[in-house]
Design a protein around this ligand. Structure first.
Ligand SMILES: *[C@@H]1O[C@H](CO)[C@@H](O)[C@H](O)[C@H]1NC(C)=O
Ligand SMILES: *[C@@H]1O[C@H](CO)[C@@H](O)[C@H](O)[C@H]1NC(C)=O
Length: 409
C-alpha cells in the first residue's frame, strides 16, 4: 500500500518533468529547466506534490472531502483546552518513539490476554462512562510484569483488540444502503465527561458489514504501549459508527448485557467467554543500548544546489495555504520532504537487493536502474475536526507521511 503511494508520487513527479521516459532516475532533469515565473515547471511540480499529499491524507482518514466545520459545536474555550492536551500528547509520543527506535536487542515474546472489565477508569463516573447510544466504550486493565533492571525494560511488540459482532440489525440502518458502515476506534486521552468534548486519538477507521456477524480485530499496539508507559492515562477505547446509530445496528458481545442472552455464537465455539472483548498482547523484554545520533544520514539538498543524485528535499505543507486551516487545528503545517535524483552505480543502496539491482544495471543497462525513494517514514499527529454530522475534535496520527531518509532501491 505504502509502496504503491510512493511509486505513485515518484511517477507523478516523473511524468510532470517533460522529458521523462521512465518512472525513476530522471528526477534531476526538472532542476535544469528552471524559470523564475510563477508557473514554472518547478512550481507546477510543487503544486502537484502538495495535491498528492492532500489526497493521501484524506484517504488515510477515510474522508471523501474535507470536513465542513460550520456545524461544529466545539467552543473556543474547549478548542484551547484540546490544543493544550494535544501538545502534551505530542511530547509523550515523541519520547516513547525515541526510546523504541534505538533498541535492537530483544528477547522472545510473551503472550498476554486481557478481557474487558466492568471497572471504570479512574476519575470517571458511571454516568459519564455510559452516556450516548451511538458509541461503545471499553476499558481494559492490562497488567504487565515489572522488570527491575536498569538496562532492560518491557515493550509492546504487538497488541490486538478483538471484538465479536454478535448481533446485527441491518433494518435499523439510517443512511447506508449497501449494509456497510464505518467504524472508528479511538483511544480516550482524558476522562470523558457528559456533554463535553473528550480528546481522543484515532486508532483506526474501517468499513464493516452489518449483514454478517463475526470478529473485528484492530491493531492497538501504539495505544497499549502508551498505557504501559503511563498506566494512569488509560481511559479506555471508544468505538463509534460514523453516520449510523451504532447500538441500534450492531451489538458487540459482552458490551450490552441486556442482549447477550440470545447471542448467535460461531459454530466452533461453545465457550461464550472467548467472545468477550479482549486485548491480545505480545510483549518483549529489550536491552537498552547506548544512545547514538544518526545525524550523518540526513544531509538534505535544496532545489538548484547542483546535486543531481538521490537526495531528500524539503517540502513544507502549510495547512492554511492549502485551504485546510479551518479543520486542521494543529499543527499549522509540517515538512513532508520528498526524495528525488538519480541513482548511479552503487549510490545510496537501501539494502542488498538494491545493490544487486544497481550492479545488474551497471552490467546490463537494459535492466532497470534503482529508484530514489523514501527508505524510512514517520507519522505526524494532527488535531482535527472529524467528518461526523456535528464535527468533533480528535487527534489523528497520519502514518508514514514524513520522509526521514531517501535511498536508492
Ligand atoms: C457547510 O455546512 C453549512 C451548514 O449546513 C452549509 O450552509 C455550507 O454550504 C456547507 N459548506 C460546504 C462547503 O459544503
Ligand atoms: C502559512 O500560510 C499562511 C497564509 O499564507 C501564513 O499567514 C502563515 O504564516 C504560514 N505559516 C507558516 C508556518 O509558514
Amino acid at each position: 500500500m505504502l509502496c504503491r503511494w510512493l511509486i505513485f508520487l515518484t511517477c507523478l513527479s516523473a511524468s510532470l518533468s517533460a522529458a521523462a521516459t521512465e518512472c525513476c532516475g530522471k528526477g534531476a532533469q526538472n532542476k535544469r529547466a528552471r524559470a523564475p515565473r510563477a508557473t514554472s515547471p518547478e512550481q507546477t511540480l510543487r503544486d502537484a506534490r502538495l495535491l498528492a499529499i492532500q489526497k493521501v491524507i484524506l484517504k488515510q482518514l477515510g474522508y471523501r472531502r474535507p470536513p465542513n466545520v460550520t456545524r461544529s459545536q466545539v467552543s473556543e474555550a474547549e478548542k484551547k483546552k484540546m490544543l493544550r492536551l494535544y501538545e502534551m500528547s505530542l511530547e509523550e509520543t515523541s519520547e516513547s518513539r525515541e526510546s523504541v527506535e534505538h533498541e535492537e536487542l530483544s528477547t522472545a515474546k510473551t503472550f498476554h490476554s486481557f478481557p474487558a472489565t466492568d471497572e471504570l477508569p479512574q476519575e470517571v463516573s458511571a454516568e459519564d462512562w455510559d452516556n450516548g447510544l451511538h458509541k461503545v466504550r471499553l476499558y481494559f486493565q492490562p497488567d504487565f510484569p515489572q522488570i527491575h533492571h536498569r538496562h532492560r525494560h518491557l515493550r509492546v511488540a504487538n497488541a490486538k483488540l478483538k471484538l465479536y459482532k454478535s448481533e446485527i440489525f441491518p433494518e435499523n440502518l439510517v443512511k447506508s444502503t449497501d449494509g456497510l458502515v464505518t467504524l472508528s476506534f479511538y483511544q480516550l486521552l482524558e476522562p470523558p465527561r457528559t456533554g463535553k468534548t473528550t480528546l481522543k486519538r484515532l486508532i483506526e477507521s474501517r468499513t464493516t458489514s452489518v449483514l454478517q456477524t463475526g470478529w473485528e480485530k484492530i491493531d492497538v499496539t501504539a495505544t497499549v504501549q502508551s498505557w504501559m508507559t503511563s498506566p494512569e492515562k488509560n481511559y479506555g477505547i471508544e468505538v463509534v459508527c460514523d453516520h449510523e446509530p451504532l447500538n441500534d445496528v450492531i451489538t458487540f458481545y459482552g458490551t450490552n448485557r441486556d442482549r447477550d442472552s440470545e447471542v448467535r455464537r460461531p459454530d466452533e465455539t461453545d465457550d461464550l467467554d472467548v467472545l468477550v472483548p479482549r486485548l491480545i498482547v505480545l510483549t518483549q523484554e529489550v536491552r537498552s543500548p547506548l544512545r547514538e545520533r544518526r545525524s550523518s544520514e540526513t544531509e538534505d539538498c535544496l532545489v538548484g544546489d547542483g546535486e543531481t543524485r538521490c537526495c531528500r528535499y524539503p517540502l513544507y505543507v502549510n495547512f492554511t495555504e492549502i485551504g485546510w486551516g479551518d479543520w486542521i487545528v494543529a499543527p499549522e503545517g509540517f515538512n513532508a520532504f520528498y526524495c528525488d535524483g538519480s541513482c548511479p552505480y552503487r549510490y545510496k543502496s537501501a539494502n542488498t537487493h538494491s545493490l544487486i539491482k544497481s550492479t545488474l544495471h551497471h552490467l546490463n543497462p537494459a535492466s532497470p536502474q534503482p529508484c530514489c525513494v523514501a527508505k524510512r517514514l514517520s507519522p505526524l499527529s494532527v488535531l482535527n475536526y472529524d467528518d461526523s454530522d456535528t464535527p468533533q475534535l480528535v487527534v489523528t496520527p497520519l502514518n508514514d507521511i514524513v520522509v526521514d531518509q531517501c535511498a536508492c532501491t
